[in-house]
Structures are given as C-alpha cells and as structure tokens.
Design a binder for this molecule. Structure first.
Ligand code: SF4
Ligand code: SF4
Length: 188
C-alpha cells in the first residue's frame, strides 16, 4: 500500500523534533492525570485535523508491522543484548497525544515508575503490547542485524517503508504543533 498524502489543511509550522515532556519515569496516578490533561487539550482542537493525522499514523503502523514482526522473528530469539532491557525507553508527549486521540486502549502507565526498573511491558515472549500502543521509539528502531535485513529488501520496498516512517514522523509532529498552538491561544 502506498503512503497517503494526508490532508494538511492550514499547513502548520510544525515542530522539527518531538517534545521530551513526560519522557521519564511516572507513577500510574500521574500518568492518568497527564492523560486527562492532554485529553482536555485535544478536545479544544479541530478534531478533523487531528483525526486525519491519527488515521495516517495508524495506517503507517499497520504497514510497518509486518516488516518489523518478520525482522523480530529472524533476529530477536538469538539476541545477546535485547533492546527492551534498555532503561531509558519512555512514552513521550507525541505518543500520549496519539494514544489519547486514537481510540486505542491506553496502556496502564509509563514504561516504568522509577529509574532503573525494567519495562513493565516486557513479557516472557517479548513485548506484551500490540505495536500501535508501544512508544514509537520501540516501533521505528531497527538494530544492526535488522538494518542488514532492511538493506537486502528490494529498493521499492525500502523506499515505501521509509516513506511511511517519514509520514508517521510528520503527523506526530503536526499533532504536537496543533496541540501547542491551541495551548498558546488559551494562554497555557
Ligand atoms: S530488536 Fe534487535 S536489539 Fe532488540 S531484541 Fe531484537 S535483535 Fe535484539
Ligand atoms: S514497550 Fe515493549 S517494545 Fe518497548 S521497551 Fe517495553 S517491552 Fe520493549
């Protein structure tokens, strides 16, 4: 499937980097109150603009899922240094804005409540979350053996996958920009 031209009415002066806000350990109670606050902010936005981007992100994630699952099947079983053991993987604000507006079940909390704890979603057979509900860094990350597999793909496949990644990246930044613009108008 080819990457869509998502509608970009009133094209935004988008952020070029995602905010690091909330990219830290968090107790579940704080997580719930952050999500509530973000939902209040999202309710003030033009839902058509947000949903166009959410839809694009979900399509992109669906398209990347097969490739990522295939690579994980080929590489993760024999991995000597599993990336999910990294202690610095967190949901950020763009993840939360996407999840809060996507209609997906929200994960119960941040990846960990305290520094140094393992990711709460790491189960015996890998990540317990479906791909769309993981922090996006867990979705796009290709480790070295997976980069090698990617380079062996036909060029048109590589181009298409990179287009999806770029489209997801842009849509996430635009949701953050919409959110910030509305917050500024409200003087928050
Ligand atoms: S994605 Fe790569 S680094 Fe992570 S567990 Fe799989 S093989 Fe290891
Ligand atoms: S959320 Fe899932 S993919 Fe990401 S670090 Fe935790 S277990 Fe791994």
């Amino acid at each position: 499937m080819s990457a869509p031209e998502s509608p970009r009415e009133g094209l935004l002066t988008a952020r070029t980097e995602e905010s690091s806000q909330y990219r830290r350990p968090m107790e579940d109670e704080e997580w719930r109150s952050v999500v509530l606050e973000l939902r209040r902010g999202l309710a003030r936005l033009d839902s058509r603009q947000v949903q166009a981007r959410v839809l694009g992100i979900r399509q992109g994630l669906n398209c990347l899922d097969a490739m990522m699952s295939r690579y994980c099947e080929l590489t993760c079983g024999s991995c000597p240094d599993r990336c999910c053991h990294g202690k610095n993987i967190f949901y950020n604000r763009a993840d939360l804005l996407f999840l809060a507006s996507s209609g997906l079940d929200l994960p119960p909390g941040q990846t960990r409540a305290r520094h140094g704890e393992p990711c709460r979603y790491l189960g015996e057979r890998g990540c317990d979350l479906d791909r769309a509900r993981r922090p996006y860094v867990c979705v796009w990350f290709l480790c070295e053996p997976q980069v090698k597999l990617f380079r062996q793909e036909p060029p048109h496949f590589q181009r298409q996958a990179l287009k999806w990644m770029e489209s997801i990246r842009r849509s996430r930044l635009e949701i953050e920009s919409l959110f910030e613009r509305a917050s500024r108008k409200d003087g928050r």
